[in-house]
Design a protein. Structure first.
Length: 359
């Protein structure tokens, strides 16, 4: 490259450390990097930003994927990428996002702790419904644009704090996301990385390699799943004899004919060809019933959740999810359900948490 041009370029290049104050403000550690809360040094705006430093150096496959997708995506429920910084001195890649003060993981953790301390916190009426609606809206947008997130989990469902977008859900962390097209490559060949498998759809747990149109019955094609023999070997029918969604809900006083229960059932359908899509779910009668979903999931109420804490640079973040407890510890008899949510082309691994409020 021409020397003068190179020098000019280097002089003009904006450097993240010149523009933003973020030292000591680490708020998250994801699969693909470190996230800092940041503010502009020049005071051009008082906004809070999230700066994500991508793990490793140079533009890796996942960084490239995340940047390429985020540049194209624009939806109120998908986190907006503001800028990309390439730090030439250490070959680090930085992504600048709007800052979201909360996420579903911390919200759930807060409620579990408040229940454990015998001070259960009431959720604003309709908050669960609004969360679900906005998650579905964001997923539908992604799927309609042929993007599969593939790592949806509570920590990646961000919620905006005080400000113009108060209480707005933002789906984040596109590191695993991929564009999908037809015909699909075998799913198992795409990414050998083990993603958080608690949120995987049952057909993916059973090793589905690609989307097949199953012949109806209960779930006829389960027998064709690569891991079906393993399931047969390890599965003790007696362990699950008394487990059913209806029984579980009865215990928590959710009526089996309520709209919320019916929607849950549709989302939890084992057979991926019968499970409803995000688009269908958005049209569900549950969302037309009072209380209606609101753009501010907190519905104007005071936000009781603490702000993000700064993490010690070397300290690993406590993000090990104690799934076994989600079902037993949820306050106010809410049920947080792991929804193996699959939509559009029926190949996604999306699973969403739904909290069903006790009436
Ligand atoms: P990620 O690498 O995107 O999974 O981010 C890791 C963690 O950083 C997340 O689980 C959040 O707790 C936090 N985080 C990510 N993006 C943001 C954001 N835009 N605003 C605030 N916190 C974030």
């Amino acid at each position: 490259m021409d020397y003068d041009f190179k020098t000019k370029l280097a002089a003009e290049r904006e450097r993240v450390e010149d523009l933003f104050e973020y030292e000591g403000c680490k708020v998250g550690r994801g699969t693909y990097g470190h996230v800092y809360k940041a503010k502009r040094k020049d005071g051009k705006d008082e906004k809070e930003y999230a700066l994500k430093q991508i793990e490793g150096t140079g533009i890796s496959m996942s960084a490239c994927r995340e940047i390429a997708l985020l540049r194209e995506l624009k939806h109120p429920n998908v986190i907006a990428l503001q800028k990309v910084f390439l730090s030439h001195s250490d070959r680090k890649v930085w992504l600048l996002f709007d800052y979201a003060e909360h996420d579903l993981w911390h919200i759930i953790k807060f409620h579990r702790a408040s229940k454990a301390n015998k001070k259960p916190m009431q959720l604003p009426r309709g908050m669960v419904k609004s969360l679900l609606y906005q998650i579905l809206d964001g997923i539908h947008y992604l799927h309609a644009n042929w993007v599969l997130h593939r790592d949806l989990k509570p920590a990646n469902i961000l919620v905006m704090g005080e400000g113009p977008e108060r209480g707005r859900v933002k789906i984040a962390d596109m590191g695993f996301a991929r564009l999908f097209n037809s015909p699909l490559k075998p799913l198992a060949d795409l990414d050998p990385v083990v993603v958080t498998f608690w949120y995987r759809a049952p057909e993916l747990l059973l090793g589905a390699r690609h989307y097949t149109k199953a012949i109806d019955k209960d779930w006829e094609d389960i027998r064709k799943m690569p891991e079906y023999p393993t399931l047969q070997k390890d599965f003790r029918r007696t362990t699950y004899a008394n487990s059913s969604l209806i029984k579980y809900m009865e215990k928590h006083k959710v009526k089996p004919d309520s709209k919320v229960f019916l929607l849950l059932q549709k989302l939890l359908t084992m057979d991926p060809t019968k499970r409803i899509t995000s688009e269908q779910a958005l049209q569900d009668p549950y969302f037309l019933e009072d209380p209606l979903p609101t753009t501010d999931v907190f519905a104007g109420c005071q936000i009781p959740y603490p702000k993000r804490e700064f993490l010690n640079e070397d300290e690993p973040e406590e993000k090990t999810e104690k799934h076994e407890n989600h079902f037993v510890n949820w306050p106010l008899h809410h049920v947080i359900s792991l929804l193996h949510y699959n939509s559009f082309q029926n190949i996604d691994t999306h699973c969403i948490y739904i909290c069903l409020c006790k009436k």
